[in-house]
Design a protein around this ligand. Structure first.
Ligand code: ADP
Ligand code: ZN
Length: 630
């Protein structure tokens, strides 16, 4: 990646050679004046200060031993001082009023005393000039050096952007490196075609959009797609993050935007990619907060986008995961009027992503990427890339030549649940509680026919803070969930706390995460999915942000609000009671599996199911159990 260099000499802001010379002269003169003043003060302090008449008096009285006449001063030693030991001698200093050294020497000579007179030639004009020239050279060199280091001098570094504008002449990324995302690729294909042969479009008179907005959750590959567009079209790629524009000083962001577009125009056709555009492009109304600096930057951005001639072949791509907070002006026709959705990958997409990232990695025979893809529902491209890398690192650590399935599965857990933390010491009681808690989750899920099978239960603590966890693996991609399935999930989530209470009659803090999750689920059922009798099909909440995991905000009357809370509470209570009933009925099974887990610390879904299937009678009972209807 070659970082872009700005042309510094054209800047009018104090960095042109002329003004640099001027500044250098001023600084040099100041430094030399300072040095001479300091020097003469130091010199004077070594002598006793006297007046010129004192000196003449002493000379006439023949009290002097030596006299040195300089161009501007007279240094002399009295006989009295000269008689003292060398360490205590102090010479005297006085000015030379008329500067006429020769006539003073003659005058002293005519007195006929025994004084020893020397005329000292110093501070010649040449040395003075020379010192100025040398000083000038040093200062000039230093300034040039510093301004290069700091990217344009002290003032320059505030005003203009050397900041993080990266230009890649060739990204080297193509659509082959982007797995899935077929719809996004299709929409971008037109832009690539345009960058290849702009004439084709301009001849007909078609105007291409100047920008497209890539919308999707973090890590879904928006940057990657933008790079791939540049790679496919074989044009340079400029990238900057929206947050780089946001500065403390008003006007700085705007000048960075100006710079960016100027640089891009020079190398057109090219792609400008602005990551996190919401940092600058957020709506200017006060709801999301705003400030002058951000507004100026946004205005400049809008101006630049309107200003550039798209027939030159500059295409501006931007990425965000919060399109709803963007200023409407940005989305108007002729600006980012195209939105390209970059979704989280589905099963096939995940499989393809894994394939892309394992292309250059040696895989062992036993690797089954499809299984990994199945287990990673909800993961984005960045997670998968990370997972594969972790697996490769693990293989190296274990001294293997190829990555095997176990590496992939373990690193999946690392990415999902944090690394195993073997040194967290739990007391035996705590361990028993955690075991029953986790088995509670798993058992409720296993006994409910429609629930996803459990793949793994563990009580090995993880760095994420979870003391243990139960891993559910969806067999197939699910786009829809029925109310019954959601209720089963709820019972399984609450099964942890239920087991604690059934087995020990206690409630622990370990269930806090479960309870939050269950509450959020139940709330969604009531407020978004219309799954309660009390509210029916009314949705008192609106989804605030589709792309950052369904945060909904309530939009209803106080009465409805209260009703929602009551309904959510009822659903949770009912599911909890159901979970407790299942576990009470299957208490023997709960004990048996928990004991086994305590010994082995980790058990697989198959082991769990072998226990469950062995207890035929109990299973029959469990199947006979009907969840209470709402
Ligand atoms: P975003 O910009 O959406 O936050 P990035 O483009 O920075 O995400 O993705 C981060 C990394 O994740 C990429 O460098 C790439 O390795 C991986 N990645 C994401 N999506 C994909 C994909 N569809 N195919 C292959 N790799 C992907
Ligand atoms: Zn739990």
């Amino acid at each position: 990646m070659d970082q872009n260099q700005n042309n510094q000499n054209k800047k009018p802001d104090g960095k042109s050679p002329k003004s640099r010379i001027l500044v250098t002269i001023v600084i040099s003169v100041a430094i030399i004046l300072l040095i001479t003043t300091v020097y003469s003060t130091v010199v004077k302090s070594q002598y006793t200060q006297t007046t010129f008449s004192d000196f003449m008096e002493a000379a006439k009285n023949d009290q002097l031993k030596e006299v040195e006449i300089h161009s501007d001063r007279v240094l002399y030693m009295t006989k009295e001082e000269a008689a003292k030991p060398a360490a205590q001698q102090k010479a005297c200093y006085t000015g030379l009023p008329n500067g006429d050294r020769l006539s003073l020497a003659r005058e002293l000579d005519e007195l006929g005393t025994t004084v020893d007179v020397k005329i000292v030639e110093d501070n010649s004009f040449i040395t003075m000039i020379l010192s100025y020239v040398i000083m000038f050279g040093i200062v000039f060199g230093l300034m040039t050096f510093l301004s290069k280091r700091m990217g344009g001098g002290m003032m320059g570094s505030i005003g203009s952007s050397k900041a993080k504008v990266y230009m890649e002449k060739q990204t080297g990324v193509t659509f082959k490196d982007v797995a899935g995302q077929d719809e996004a690729k299709e929409s971008l294909q037109e832009i690539i075609d345009f960058l290849h042969t702009p004439q084709k479009y301009t001849e007909i008179g078609a105007k291409l959009p100047k920008g497209a907005l890539l919308v999707g959750s973090p890590g879904t590959g928006k940057t990657l797609l933008a790079k791939a567009v540049a790679g496919e079209a074989n044009v340079p790629f400029f990238s900057i993050s929206g947050s780089d524009f946001v500065e403390m000083f008003v006007g700085v962001g705007a000048s960075r935007v100006r710079d960016l577009f100027q640089q891009a125009a020079k190398v057109a056709p090219c792609i400008i990619f602005i990551d996190e555009i919401d940092a600058v492009g957020r709506s200017r109304d006060s709801r999301y907060g705003g400030n002058t600096e951000q507004e100026q930057t946004l205005n400049q951005l809008l101006g630049e986008i309107d200003g550039f001639d798209s027939s030159k072949g500059v295409v501006c791509l931007a990425a965000t995961n919060r399109p709803e907070i963007l200023d409407k002006a940005l989305l108007r026709a002729g600006r980012f009027d195209r939105q390209i959705i970059v979704d989280k990958p589905n099963l096939q997409g995940r499989l393809d992503t894994l394939k892309v990232h394992t292309r250059k990695i040696k895989l062992a025979e036993d690797v089954d990427l499809r299984k990994i893809a199945q287990a990673t529902a909800g993961a984005v491209g960045a997670d998968l890339a990370n997972l594969v890398n972790e697996a490769a690192l693990r293989a190296v650590r274990k001294g293997r030549k190829a990555v095997n399935q176990e590496d992939l599965m373990v690193s999946f857990e690392t990415v999902i649940a944090g690394t195993e933390k073997k040194n967290t010491v739990l007391t035996d009681t705590e361990k028993r509680l955690v075991a029953y808690h986790e088995v509670g989750h798993a058992l409720v899920a296993a006994l409910e026919k429609r629930s996803d099978p459990v793949t793994k239960i563990t009580i090995v603590p993880h760095t994420s803070g979870a003391l243990g966890y139960t891993m559910y693996a969806p067999e197939e991609e699910k786009f829809l969930s029925t109310k019954e399935e959601l209720l089963v999930d709820l019972r399984s989530i609450l099964g942890g706390r239920a087991a604690e209470e059934v087995a020990f009659g206690v409630q622990t803090t370990g269930a806090s995460n479960d309870i939050q999750k269950a509450t959020a689920m139940a709330k969604n059922m009531v407020t978004l999915y219309g799954m309660s009798e009390e509210l029916g099909l009314m949705a008192p909440a609106a989804v605030h942000n589709q792309y950052l995991e369904g945060q909904a905000y309530m939009d209803c009357s106080q009465d409805t609000y209260a009703l929602v809370d009551k309904t959510v509470q009822e659903i949770l209570n009912r599911c909890y009671e159901d979970a407790k009933r299942v576990l009470t009925v299957n208490r023997a099974l709960l004990d048996e599996i928990s004991q086994h887990l305590l010994v082995k610390e980790t058990i697989t879904g198959e082991e769990l199911m072998s226990f469950v299937n062995a207890e035929k009678t109990d299973l029959v009972e469990a199947e006979a159990f009907e969840p209470t209807e709402e």
